[in-house]
Design a protein around this ligand. Structure first.
Ligand SMILES: CC(=O)N[C@H]1[C@@H](OP(=O)(O)OP(=O)(O)OC[C@H]2O[C@@H](n3ccc(=O)[nH]c3=O)[C@H](O)[C@@H]2O)O[C@H](CO)[C@@H](O)[C@@H]1O
Ligand SMILES: C=C(OP(=O)(O)O)C(=O)O
Length: 417
């Protein structure tokens, strides 16, 4: 089992290039099923979720080729039906997008209940409600979700909770439904817009993505297209946090600064200098950092996916900070590991109270999920001495070339087995 060893205490300095967005890529790859044609998807991150989804496409009968780890060419004409079992999909969440895409194209799909990070209960009732509203019958038996419809008919769907996954899945299923589908109380995250742009590039008629009302006018068929995935705001945010935590000076390149406003605002509130330079953000520490309060919210609020890495930074900021996690009830599993490293954090339900300490100490720790892993990497970069992180496979779900990028910024980080 791969482990990650970090010799902490070095300021990160230099430039880091941000890769394509995991959460957009993992929806766009399954969405290619809808085309029944050749799609070229560019700027993909080299992460395990992308590798798994590409393998699933191949196993379903698509012709898949990857160039430079970044560009996927996929011909989905050979796919005739969609069944995805436990072994194929247990390690990621996004397998559920094959439900919406295959329902749209074949009016039928069977996909194992999704996996992904264990950060709360993560129900999929809103996805099911959406599929049913479009006319599909949904059954869940022995851990397999089956969806089937004679035909799909556009409907008005009001989501009970703002869900990224349900918004995207309903968009996928509705692209070839008869008539108009309206999703109200839709999620507004940047990757919703990226997926809508990909669908429109294939010939779909999706309007309003990025607002809380999305309208999809069904079309008879879609065609292949070429699409480039947007930069990963969560990877970018993680490097911004790591730069601040190590007292560094880092230019985070190839980002859309607008997507990073929530994290930029919070870093500035702590006393970090964040300057926009075109499609880069320069993050520099010039004075001691003060603690702050954070509440995770749907976009454009502070993203839950950055809450865990941010808690490592708050652990060494002066004073007391409070994190309120409103999206996932189980997203504080990293806290016990941070405590091993000397952090002073008390968790009660969805609230973590962090009393800043002078520094963290290297220790043996274990990642419980992707962003818990990112939090431990940030903590390891700050800590005095050596930090050994287990369960690194979680981190590889979402961070492209982590070792190379951190090493180029001056970190001492290596693999061990
Ligand atoms: C692959 C992907 O893009 N993952 C992201 C996606 O996950 P995911 O799409 O699973 O997250 P959702 O936006 O759906 O979940 C938001 C909230 O809605 C609840 N909910 C969701 C669906 C549903 O049918 N019923 C329901 O109650 C969830 O339990 C959670 O409390 O958005 C999350 C919130 O920004 C991010 O942390 C994940 O990184
Ligand atoms: C929770 C995450 O991913 P997933 O939904 O794919 O498990 C994440 O990217 O932080």
């Amino acid at each position: 089992m791969e482990k990650l060893i970090i010799e902490g205490g070095r300021k990160l300095q230099g430039e880091v290039e941000i890769s394509g967005f995991k959460n957009a890529a993992v929806a766009i790859i399954p969405a290619a099923v809808l085309a029944g044609d050749v799609c070229v998807i560019d700027n993909l991150p080299n992460i395990s979720d992308v590798v798994i989804l590409s393998t699933i496409l191949k196993d379903l009968g698509a012709e898949v080729s990857i160039q430079d780890t970044k560009t996927l060419s996929v011909d989905t004409r050979g796919i005739k039906e969609c069944f995805i079992d436990y072994e194929a999909a247990k390690d990621l969440r996004a397998s559920y997008y094959f439900l919406g895409a295959a329902l749209g194209r074949f009016k039928k799909a069977r996909v194992v209940y999704p996996g992904g990070c264990c950060i709360g209960t993560r129900p999929i009732d809103q996805h099911i409600k959406g599929f049913e509203a479009l006319g599909a019958k949904v059954d869940i038996e022995h851990g397999i979700i089956s969806v089937e419809a004679e035909k799909l008919i556009g409907a008005e769907i009001f989501l009970d909770v703002v869900s990224v996954g349900a918004t995207i899945n309903i968009m996928l299923a509705a692209t070839m439904a008869e008539g108009i589908t309206t999703i109200e109380n839709a999620a507004k995250e940047p990757h919703i817009v990226d997926v809508a742009n990909f669908l429109n590039c294939m010939g779909a008629k999706v309007r309003g993505a990025g607002t809380d009302t999305i309208k999809i006018e069904g079309v008879k068929e879609l065609k292949g297209c070429h699409h480039s995935v947007i930069p990963d705001q969560i990877e970018a945010g993680t490097y911004m946090i790591a730069a601040a935590a190590t007292g560094g000076d880092v230019v985070v390149k190839n980002v859309i600064p607008k997507h990073l406003e929530a994290i930029t605002a919070k870093l500035k509130e702590m006393g970090v200098s964040v300057k926009e330079e075109g499609d880069s953000l320069r993050v520099k520490v010039t004075k001691p950092l003060k603690n702050i309060n954070i509440k995770t919210l749907v976009y454009p609020g502070f993203p839950t996916d950055l809450q865990q890495p941010m808690s490592s930074l708050l652990s060494i900021a002066k004073g007391t900070g409070v994190i309120t996690e409103t999206i996932f009830e189980g997203r504080f599993k990293h806290v016990d590991e941070l405590k091993r490293m000397g952090a002073n954090i008390k968790v009660e339900g969805r609230v973590a109270v962090i009393q800043g300490v002078k520094s963290l100490m290297g220790a043996k720790v274990s990642a419980s999920d992707l962003r818990a892993g990112a939090a431990l990497v940030v903590a390891g970069l700050i800590a005095e001495g050596e930090t050994e992180i287990e369960n690194v496979h979680y981190i590889h779900r979402g961070y492209d070339h982590l070792y190379e990028k951190l090493t180029a910024l001056g970190a001492h980080i290596r693999k061990a087995f």
